[in-house]
Design a binder for this molecule. Sequence first.
Ligand code: CP3
Length: 352
Amino acid sequence: MTTPATEGSATERKVLRVLAGETLFPPPIWVMRQAGRYLPEYRATRAEAGGFLDLCYTPKLATEVTLQPIRRYGFDAAILFSDILVIPDALGRKVAFQEGEGPVLEPLDLARVGDLDPQAIDGRLAPVYEAVERIRSTLPSETTFLGFCGAPWTVATYMIAGRGTPDQAPARRAALTDPKGFAQLIDVLVDASIRYLAEQIRRGADAVQIFDTWAGVLDEAEFERWVIRPTKRIVEGVRAIHSGARIIGFPKGAQASLERYIRETGVDAVGVDWTMPAGFVRERIQPIAAVQGNLDPMRVVIGGRALDEGVDRVLEGLGSGRLIFNLGHGITPDADPANVARLVERVRAAKR
Ligand code: CP3
């Protein structure tokens, strides 16, 4: 198994072209969390589905919400509608999404990690794989289709704490007090993530993104151990099944460690948050990887001049290198859909 099913038409897929090494200007654009609560049509489908996980596990509805932002804005990439927490859910750890509260899981005791079986995920995730097939067959052929998973470190932070926390203290504490048990949990998540991403690619994803939202809370040694090494294993594991698979890493908050992350994991591209100075990204990062980012999501909430100036600054700072225009993190529910239209228009109208 080497070639993803959809590669034949890859040349018109601009995000894929940048991932393969080209520089395009204007750059292609998509937005993290582009299918989400800022869109009235998303809120309507979400209400129809009932629970958030029902939305993720109903292929017809997951396909519908994946396509909503493509129809409205014509983004250059669609991202599979799912969540990073479907992996713990498929491993048998109950996950609940409560309105206004974020995800809640039963906190995991590391002594019980042996009960988790990464091979067991496929049954529960079958509807997600079905959604992948439906999405690819419905998307315009020029739209790049991205699959994704959460990185083991970030998924582990939710599994250990049982919820989101501001500084990930429960997982940092667990990793330092019981590194062996923690490594076992990371191993399970590495194996599950390889299976999950490889299957998404087999069913039609053009490339995949690994979201490591909480990479920025670790010191250098822990970052190497829990972010770089597991991500490298996932990259190698996925490419052992699909050689040449295109992979985007997003170790949010990695700062100066980003360079080492790229060199050691072998990802083709990195997401960059809005606090990263353009000069550093241009000189140190773009020569070794494509870059995805990095508009402050707040500028999309505010709109007007704040938005226009932010867009222009990203294009000026990073437009001369390999760039996939995006935000520095997910779009927030309070963003005005009209501002997103303005953003896309401004990027597409850009001249060097
Ligand atoms: O459009 C897309 O980007 C595709 C789908 C997607 C979702 N979550 C849907 C979602 C993706 C790629 C994610 C990733 C994700 N999920 C991350 C990593 C990226 C990031 O933003 O940091 C994380 C940490 C999660 C875990 C998660 N899921 C949290 C903390 C929450 C609650 C907070 C929130 O934003 O609501 C979710 C819920 C969630 N995942 C929603 C969506 C659209 C909102 C739930 C709803 O509709 O009620």
